[in-house]
Write a protein that binds this ligand. Structure first.
Ligand code: HGY
Ligand code: MN
Ligand code: MN
Length: 412
């Protein structure tokens, strides 16, 4: 059955890829009409798999496959449908579609388990639109911070306004939270977004921990001036300061001789943004990750000091805005063990590996034990339209999840 369902998963991933804000590339940010279109497709697939479907106040899409007897606990299987800009097809959707396929397999065989399965498509995992992320999973875990509702996107729309326009209810976010005692655990299937499984010829991997991450915005303020008249020595050029910082961040990441430390500047805005004006203001994003929190925090502190020194040397004003700092999250030894036995039971080698990428499991760990299954992806490429998986590896993931929910019940 897994291979047939895997083919359906691949077809559905293609259908979801057409739900985009941009005609030429796949961009599906949170609370957009493109995400609404994606939800419409998934609602139909969930209903056809015998699931009761609802959307909660924060905008999570939740399909429930009821337990054999009412009152059972719930295993949550989830991931996200929102994407980065110019995204691949599988980062997020694969996890929702494999969870749905495992339920579909039960439904086709008219099987019910002693526990319910909730397949959740979380409202905003990538954080592209509002800068901070995990809004959906934080609401499910009961840790949503209402100050986030005032975050605004590039058009000035607040998260609360976007949520309301999408059909959500910012005033009712407490209703999204699950109770600890009703949840068996959380399982996410996700592409590895790295090269390890492919390098070792493995279809799947069991995640041991998810790296911690700090996201910040840095703002350099100088003096705008005429490109033709302001002498170089008298300039207070905000973009040159930002450029110096960007290279310093790369140098720190490289010099640390620590492969687990990564520092990325992915966004840069320059004002006023005219070719004949010395830039008076420049803002940039910073993303720092590490498996160990102390190392990440030390790197963030060093980068903040460096930015302040650059601004001081150049006579610029500087502000630092931390948007999000998430601690590294260990996956549950109990669930990992059950997942590893399900991998072995499905006939695949068990390979533990860390996740450099962030996932909703970070937020879900405040609610319950979490486990993740990685799926090999071509070249380890992700956050890129070249993202690709093999149908046989998707079939492997479905077979593992089926064994996890059907044979490892007593271990969950
Ligand atoms: O940024 C991440 O690690 C994830 O893709 N949200
Ligand atoms: Mn991603
Ligand atoms: Mn993802």
């Amino acid at each position: 059955m897994p291979h047939k369902l895997a083919t359906i998963v691949m077809q559905r991933a293609e259908a979801l890829a057409a739900c985009s804000e941009e005609p030429e590339q796949l961009t599906r940010r949170s609370y957009t009409p493109a995400l609404r279109e994606a939800h419409r497709l998934v609602v139909g697939w969930m209903a056809a798999a015998g699931m009761a479907v609802r959307e909660d106040a924060v905008g999570n899409l939740i399909g429930r496959y009821g337990a054999a007897t009412p009152g059972g606990k719930t295993l949550i299987i989830g991931s996200h449908l929102d994407s980065v800009r110019d995204a691949g097809r599988y980062d997020g959707p694969l996890g929702v579609l494999v969870g749905l396929a495992a339920v579909e397999s039960l439904h086709r065989r008219e099987l019910r388990l002693p526990f319910a399965i909730d397949v959740i498509a979380f409202a905003d995992e990538e954080g592209v639109r509002f800068g901070s992320s995990f809004f959906g999973s934080r609401a499910i875990a009961g840790t949503f911070d209402s100050s986030w509702l005032r975050l605004a996107d590039a058009d000035g729309m607040t998260l609360a306004e976007a949520m309301r326009a999408f059909g959500g209810d910012p005033a009712a976010l407490a209703t999204c939270a699950y109770r600890r005692d009703e949840v068996l655990g959380y399982l996410e299937v996700h592409i590895e977004q790295g090269p390890v499984l492919e390098a070792e010829g493995l279809p799947v991997g069991v995640v041991s921990a998810i790296a911690g991450a700090t996201r910040a915005n840095l703002h350099f303020r100088g003096v705008a001036g005429h490109a033709g008249t302001v002498p170089m020595q008298l300039r207070r050029d905000a973009l040159c300061a930002a450029a110096e910082f960007i290279l310093a961040a790369e140098a720190l990441g490289r010099a640390a001789n620590d492969p687990e430390l990564v520092a990325t500047v992915g966004q840069l805005s320059v004002r006023p943004g005219a070719s004949n004006v010395v830039p008076g203001a420049a803002s940039l994003s910073l993303d720092v990750r590490h498996q160990h929190d102390a190392r990440r925090e030390a790197a963030v502190a060093a980068l903040r000091e460096e930015a302040e020194a650059i601004a001081a040397r150049r006579g610029l004003a500087f502000t630092w805005e931390t948007l999000q700092a998430t601690a590294a999250t260990a996956c549950s030894p109990r669930l990992r063990g059950a997942l590893a036995r399900a991998v072995a039971g499905a006939g695949y080698p068990v390979r533990d590996l860390c996740s450099g990428a962030g996932h909703d499991g970070i937020a879900m760990a405040d609610l319950c034990e979490v486990a993740m299954l990685f799926v090999r992806c071509a070249g380890g490429i992700s956050h890129n339209p070249a993202e690709a998986v093999e149908v046989a590896d998707v079939a492997a993931a479905i077979a593992v999840v089926e064994r996890m929910v059907e044979e490892r019940v007593h271990e969950i």
